[in-house]
Design a protein around this ligand. Structure first.
Ligand SMILES: Nc1ncnc2c1ncn2[C@@H]1O[C@H](COP(=O)(O)OP(=O)(O)O)[C@@H](O)[C@H]1O
Ligand SMILES: CC(=O)N[C@@H](CCC(=O)OP(=O)(O)O)C(=O)O
Length: 299
């Protein structure tokens, strides 16, 4: 249905129903992590950009953190470099790190910035290296295969975890009505770059900004059990059990861990939602429709 053929009465009712949510979230910060797997179709990316601009227009401060795993994978493939993951983290040698910086800091970051600006917003794209705002250290990964009696610590190269985040730059931009769009690349005291999983950056940034919400947009309906049912309101112990029995694996591991950490660190709620649904962000913020998995500290 085109916008001109919608019943005007329905349009104003929908707007009116959004009022309590606008009042509740106005002036608050919402960190939205846009996963590379959710950036599938142009129309979806466009609706994402419009959702972010609408949030800003009604007084919410959106901060976008983006991924780009599949986009990194496709350039690596063209360069005949193999993609390998351990516990959902990309094994990153120096050559791969160069590709990660090019794809995340360049291609993906600037395309999101461009789309938000095309929708009437004022987006600024940064990596964690700008202003050295994301300090990183090397992430040591614990790995245990079934035949091993104890886990081993393995070195997966230039993969980082967040050591600290300075929010000055982001707060300065948000105060001037810019929309910060952050690529998950960190830097250590010696100027070395680190590839950080975007979920981890989004979670830590939500904590550092004292955000109201953390929204993780991905390519599934939410965190699911082995029957494919979406789970919601889980406790840390329930999540640990789902990890131990293999129900949660791969890219969902950092996602669920960072969501739990964020709510423990003071973020009011974290949501794992389906970025393949048009207007997923607005559906979550401005309606009662339960999209995806909700994580709160009470869960
Ligand atoms: N229990 C689970 N419920 C839903 N998805 C899961 C689960 N365990 C693992 N996954 C995987 O996690 C993926 C999402 O993580 P990832 O591929 O890193 O997405 P993104 O690019 O959005 O961060 C899903 O596509 C799915 O294959
Ligand atoms: C260490 C690590 O795995 N970094 C990720 C960074 C991008 C990312 O997180 O992208 P998605 O959100 O689309 O998965 C990677 O290299 O793929």
């Amino acid at each position: 249905m085109s916008s001109t053929s919608r019943d005007p009465q329905v349009v104003v009712e929908v707007l009116s129903e959004a009022l309590p949510y606008i009042q509740q979230f106005s002036g608050k910060t919402v960190v939205v992590k846009y996963g590379g797997n959710a950036m599938t179709e142009d129309t979806l990316i466009d609706s994402f950009a419009r959702n972010i601009v609408l949030m800003k227009e009604v007084g919410i401060n959106p901060v976008v953190v983006h991924g780009g795993g599949p986009q990194i994978g496709s350039l690596l493939e063209k360069l005949n470099i193999e993609s390998r993951f351990v516990n959902g983290m990309r094994v990153t040698d120096s050559q791969t790190m160069d590709v990660v910086e090019m794809v995340l800091g360049g291609l993906v970051n600037k395309s999101i910035v461009n789309l938000i600006n095309q929708s009437g917003g004022k987006a600024i794209g940064l990596t964690g290296k700008d202003g050295a705002q994301i300090r990183a250290r090397q992430l040591k990964v614990e790995h245990q295969s079934p035949e091993m009696t104890a886990p081993e610590i393995i070195d997966i190269g230039h993969v980082g975890e967040v050591e600290s985040i300075s929010t000055d730059l982001i707060e300065m931009l948000a105060a001037k009505d810019f929309i910060p769009v952050i690529a998950p690349i960190g830097v250590d005291g010696e100027g070395h770059s680190y590839n950080i999983n975007a979920d981890l950056v989004a979670g830590k940034l939500a904590e550092a900004l004292n955000a109201e919400k953390l929204m993780l947009l991905t390519n599934v309906a939410g965190l699911m059990n082995s029957e494919g049912e979406v789970l919601t309101g889980l406790s840390t112990a329930q999540v640990d059990a789902l990890i131990a029995d293999g129900t949660i694996y791969g890219g969902m591991l950092p996602k669920i861990r960072c969501a739990l950490d964020a709510v423990k660190g003071g973020v009011n709620s974290a949501h794992i939602i389906d970025g393949r649904v048009p207007h997923a962000v607005l559906l979550e913020i401005f309606t009662n429709a339960g999209v995806g998995t909700l994580i709160t500290d009470a869960g």
